[in-house]
Design a protein around this ligand. Structure first.
Ligand code: GDP
Length: 195
């Protein structure tokens, strides 16, 4: 698919308000600051595509970007956004759970993890959920440019080794800054989105 054609369609606060559930979509998840917006922008070649999701009030929404008819990228709320009250965080978690559990269109999840702080509690939760629900999961070790290449490869191999028994879980290095891994990510998404 030509991810450069991606354009914003809508923001949904809950599963009910998402577009009709008869398409194919890939959802991007991660802790706040993991580099999710930057990765979406790198993939789509847009400097502002995912910026909307960062404006206050939009951080808690499920943002839909259409690539072509019935093919979507979905930007999920960043987990652990610091500036909101605890009660609100719990509410988002519920909507996030609801989306992940019940969305028929969901073909796979891309989990963004800062390579310097791999696999914190939220990341492990998503991994566990993917294993239990057999949902394809592709983990991006982001900001790979922050580490020397040997150290980055070590982190990659460690995580690959950890998930090797689960065929539907894959891992790659990614850097939005250096544009490393963008093509690999696009190829992976193509397989999920049926092209
Ligand atoms: P989000 O909260 O997950 O959407 O994260 P952002 O995409 O806004 O990125 C968080 C911070 O990490 C920002 O300061 C980015 O400039 C920085 N960042 C994101 N991707 C990269 C990367 O590939 N390399 C480096 N060095 N910094 C990055």
């Amino acid at each position: 698919l030509n991810y450069r054609k991606a354009h914003f369609v809508t923001s949904a606060p809950t599963l009910k308000q998402c577009p009709p559930d008869n398409a194919l979509e890939v959802a991007f998840a991660g802790r706040s600051n993991a580099g999710k917006s930057s990765a979406l922008n790198a993939l789509t070649g847009s400097s502002k595509l995912a910026r909307t999701s960062k404006t206050p009030g939009r951080t808690q929404l499920i943002n839909f970007f259409e690539i072509e008819e019935n093919r979507y990228l979905v930007d999920l709320p960043g987990y652990g956004y610091a500036k909101v009250p605890e009660a609100m965080k719990i509410k988002w978690q519920k909507h996030l759970d609801d989306y992940l559990t019940n969305r028929e269109s969901l073909a796979g999840v891309v989990l963004l993890v800062d390579i310097r702080h791999p696999m914190k509690e939220f990341d492990r939760m998503i991994l566990q959920w993917s294993i239990e629900s057999h949902m394809p999961l592709h983990i991006l070790l982001t900001k790979a440019d922050k580490l020397k290449s040997g150290v980055g490869k070590q982190a990659l191999n460690k995580l690959k080794n950890e998930v090797k028994e689960h065929d539907q879980v894959t891992v790659q290095l990614f850097s939005s800054l250096k544009k490393t891994g963008v093509t690999e990510l696009a190829h992976h998404l193509d397989t999920w989105l049926g092209v």
